[in-house]
Design a protein. Structure first.
Length: 159
């Protein structure tokens, strides 16, 4: 119930607390499950991306090794490459290799989900206020509270 107007409230708004609390809890649980699933899906995609990037990195490392081998043997001319071509290609390969390594490191730095959905929800139920705050902070970016609807506005709503 909203406090009376002399204490800064409107004095007239009331809700059925148990029903509202149950609805909020159900919405929160659904939201957390959805966030955890999205996090898991993101990790699955990251694993596939890391594998593809690692394959490309390996290809570029092989190309670099072959190029250096040709240069050290003096057989660049057989591939119609000059020393200038060699250094240009080597620099380009080094940039690609660095880029792939940075991308892989960035994806590997993605934190794994903290726990399975059911375990997280159990932690929520048994957790302290600080623990609940930590859970919400990890998965929520903002919460918007809308003003209450007047009773006449409830008539057209579909649930």
């Amino acid at each position: 119930m909203c406090p009376p107007s002399d204490r800064g409230g409107c004095g007239g708004t009331a809700i059925a607390a148990p029903t509202t609390d149950a609805a909020v809890e159900e919405a929160r649980n659904a939201f957390l499950r959805k966030q955890l699933q999205a996090s898991k899906d993101g990790l699955d995609q990251s694993a596939g991306t890391i594998t593809a990037l690692q394959a490309r990195l390996d290809q570029e490392l092989t190309r670099k090794s072959e190029l250096i081998h040709r240069w050290s043997e003096g057989s660049l001319h057989e591939a119609e490459l000059t020393e200038e071509d060699y250094f240009t290609m080597l620099a380009a390969l080094n940039r690609k290799i660095s880029s792939f390594r940075e991308s892989i490191a960035g994806l590997q730095g993605t934190p794994p989900p903290m726990s399975a959905p059911e375990e997280l929800l159990a932690n929520w139920t048994a957790g302290s206020l600080l623990q609940r705050h930590a859970i919400l902070k990890r998965y929520l970016h903002s919460i918007t509270v809308q003003p209450p609807l007047a009773p006449s506005e409830f008539i057209g709503l579909s649930w």
